[in-house]
Design a protein around this ligand. Sequence first.
Ligand SMILES: [Zn+2]
Length: 158
Amino acid sequence: MSWQESSREAAPSSSSSAGGEQGGSVLPTRPIWKSIRRGFFGRCPNCNRGKMFRAFLKVADRCAVCDEALHHHRADDAPAYFVILIVGHLVVPLVLVVEVAYAPPYWLHAALWLPLTIGLAVGLLQPIKGAIVGWQWANYMHGFDPDGGDDAAAEIES
Ligand SMILES: [Zn+2]
């Protein structure tokens, strides 16, 4: 998964931004958890006033309020991965507990868990994508790093 590999590549640049002992521009430290939370609620990680998304799951190219570039994100399939992880760990134990405790008919299982699974997955996908974009922004990952250049070319070289 490219987003994980890139996070390791980006680590030296973010630590150098904190220390500032290396060449290149000194980047201010960005608050990671605050950026993740802002992204989770669909807000610009920089100003918390503009919207991160221009449509469902479509990240805006720039924040309409502070003009921060948001198109550099590379969330890729990480949001779907985390949604499956979270929803699976919620729904599967619930199914097992209800089956053991009440042994309801299968039609009732289907009526309960299918809408819950679909609803949770659709409802969590955009907040989790926003959180990942906020995390990438806070860590200067990919094109968010002004010293990084073309991250697509860097990934091909590595
Ligand atoms: Zn903004």
